[in-house]
Design a protein around this ligand. Sequence first.
Ligand SMILES: N[C@@H](CCC(=O)N[C@@H](CS)C(=O)NCC(=O)O)C(=O)O
Length: 288
Amino acid sequence: MMRALQCYALLPALAWSLAPPQVLDAKTVAHSLWQERDLFETSVHALITRGPAGPPAFRLAYMPCRNRGEILRLMLEEAQVPYELEIVGFRAWRDGGVKATTPHGKLPVLRDYDGRGADLGQEGAITRFLARKLGLAGRTPEEEATVDSLYCFWFATLRNNGVSHDGEHFSCAALKAVEDVGELARPPYGAVFRQNTLSKAERSLVALDFFEKTLADAGTGFLVADAPTVVDLGLFYILYELGEDDICPDWADKSPRSSRRRRACRATPGALTARASTPTSPGATRPT
Ligand SMILES: N[C@@H](CCC(=O)N[C@@H](CS)C(=O)NCC(=O)O)C(=O)O
C-alpha cells in the first residue's frame, strides 16, 4: 500500500517531464482544433504566448473550450500582460498524463502562481486571484465585495453554477427558440423563488434583466463604480456568445436592452483583442 502511495506521489512530476506542452502559435492550435472538432477527441497539448513581449507573468492551463476558462482568459487579455495559455486537448488530458500534473485532477489551473512551483486549482479561486493581481477586482474593500457578490450571482445564473453554458438558469438555446420576447414573464429576479415554474427562456431573461438594472443604476457603463471589473468581462462574453452567428444573431432585435450592453462592452480593448486574435475555442456541446 505504502509503495503504491509513493508511486502515486511521483506521478505528477513524471507525467510532466514526459509530456511538456509544445510551443505553438494560436493559428496552428486553432487549425488542429477545428479539424478535430469534438472536444473529447482533441489531442493537442500546446503553449501559446499572448500579450506584449516580455517574460510571461502567468500560465493558465485549460481545455480547448470556453466554459471555465473564458473569464480567466478575458481578464488576462484585458490587462494586456504577457502570459502563456496551456491548451490541453482531452486526449492529452486523459491519456497523456496531464491530469496528474494538476492539484485536483481538474482544469483550469494557474501554473506556478506563487513563483515557488505551486499550481492553483479551482476556477473561483483563480478568478479572484487574477482579478486582484490585474486590478479587476474593485478598488476598495467595499467595491471588491460588490464585485464578488455580482460574480457569485453571475456564476449561479448566467454560468449555471459552472456546469454548463446552457442549463436551467440560463440557456442561449432557449432564448434562440423564442419568437416573441414580449410574450414572456419577466418578474424581477428578487421576486422569484428557487423552486419556480418559469421556463428556461424566462429564467434567462430574468437574470439578464438583473444585470441590465444593475448597469442602469450604476450609470457609468460599468457594473461597479466607473471602471471595468471581472464581472463586466463575464457579462460581456455571455452576451457576445448569445449574439454569435450560430446562436442568436438577431438578439439585438429581440431584446434591445441587452444589445445596448453588448455595444458598451465592445469598447473594452482587451476583450475585443481576445475575441479577434485567439480563436482557440470552438463552441462545444456537452454530451448529456
Ligand atoms: N470545481 C472545479 C471543477 C473543474 C472541472 O470540473 N473541470 C473540468 C473541465 S470544465 C475537468 O477538469 N474535467 C476533466 C476531468 O474531470 O478529468 C473548478 O471550479 O475549477
